[in-house]
Design a protein around this ligand. Structure first.
Ligand code: CTP
Ligand code: MG
Length: 289
């Protein structure tokens, strides 16, 4: 991992530990003050259909602690993060409220029908929470958006995103290289005995691909503008984005990648729960991931 080089144009995320391959093109602009408070949205309003429990995924316990509590605690380990908005399924709002009752730095809001709208509901609550805590959100206030489903994200991955934001990058996403060879396929068909098949139409260069994770970080002005446009698009066309960085890309603005972590795996299926439980038992392994 190297540093993004500061080009002749004079811009660059000088301190961000990002290899050049992680961030093509121009770097980030000027640094922000080191003491800017950071706010976060933790998305936990999903139903967890693929996990298949009869409760929202974020309320499922991993070694006795719910996924949403683990995700929030993980963020709270960083003293820079002063306020967190948790999005919860509307029908389970009171369950989430009672989990975080008594912590003034956390607000629970109902999520939306898709993740993008849950994030939007969370974002609009940030200035309210900030004011209550005695802060004022400015255009460059760092805001992180994190999935409760990535509840084992290590501090290093979170603090790299914050550092890159403070170094002036307006949109920062942790990501990992892809390890499996990737194929492009045509639509599905079936063999004569009913075996589902897909025809390969091409191969992509794996070295150019990255699998993105959360927390994704943004300057307040950038992410609010991106989500305002995204919300309008969703209302008009029903098309949503599965990650927040995509909304910034759709505005034509630069998005930069920092190094993610295997510990930031998204718990989606029962197999992921087994892997996550096992990871919790191996402190030394976790430190390297
Ligand atoms: N999420 C959300 N609001 C939604 C949908 C998802 O806040 N309407 C959150 C989830 O709680 C999760 C994150 O977005 O933390 C990533 O979503 P995913 O892993 O797909 O979780 P679920 O949508 O709950 O799972 P599934 O798709 O299997 O139902
Ligand atoms: Mg989902």
């Amino acid at each position: 991992m190297g540093r993004i080089e500061v080009g002749a144009s004079g811009c660059g995320c000088e301190r961000a530990l990002v290899a050049r391959v992680w961030a093509r093109g121009v770097g980030c602009a000027s640094k922000l003050g080191l003491m800017d408070p950071v706010f976060a949205v933790v998305t936990a309003a999903g139903s967890g259909t693929r996990l298949g429990y009869d409760m929202p995924k974020a309320l499922v316990e991993l070694d006795g602690v719910t996924l949403v509590q683990r995700a929030v605690r993980g963020m709270q380990q960083l003293s820079d993060i002063v306020g967190i908005v948790v999005t919860a399924p509307a029908q389970a709002l009171s369950d989430f409220e009672s989990i975080f009752e008594g912590d003034p730095a956390i607000t629970v809001v109902p999520g939306g029908s898709v993740r993008q709208m849950s994030v939007y509901n969370g974002l609009v609550e940030i200035p309210v929470l900030a004011r209550r805590l005695g802060y004022e959100v400015t255009g460059s206030t760092p805001v992180l958006i994190h999935d409760a489903a990535r509840c084992l994200t290590p501090q290093r991955a979170i603090s790299d995103v914050i550092s890159a934001l403070r170094d002036g990058c307006k949109a920062v996403i942790p990501a990992l290289a892809v390890t499996d060879t990737q194929k492009i396929v045509a639509s599905k068909s079936a063999t004569s005995s009913g075996i589902e098949i897909e025809k390969v139409t091409g191969q992509v260069d794996r070295s150019e691909l990255r699998a993105v994770q959360t927390p994704q970080g943004f300057h307040w002005e950038t992410i609010m503008k991106a989500h305002d446009l995204g919300a309008r698009r969703f209302k008009d066309t029903g098309v949503d984005a599965t990650d927040d960085g995509a909304l910034v890309e759709q505005m034509g603005q630069d998005v930069f990648l920092t190094k993610g972590s295997q510990m930031s795996m998204k718990i989606t299926t029962k197999l992921d729960m087994v892997i996550a439980a096992e990871l919790l038992r191996h402190d030394s392994l976790r430190a390297d991931l």
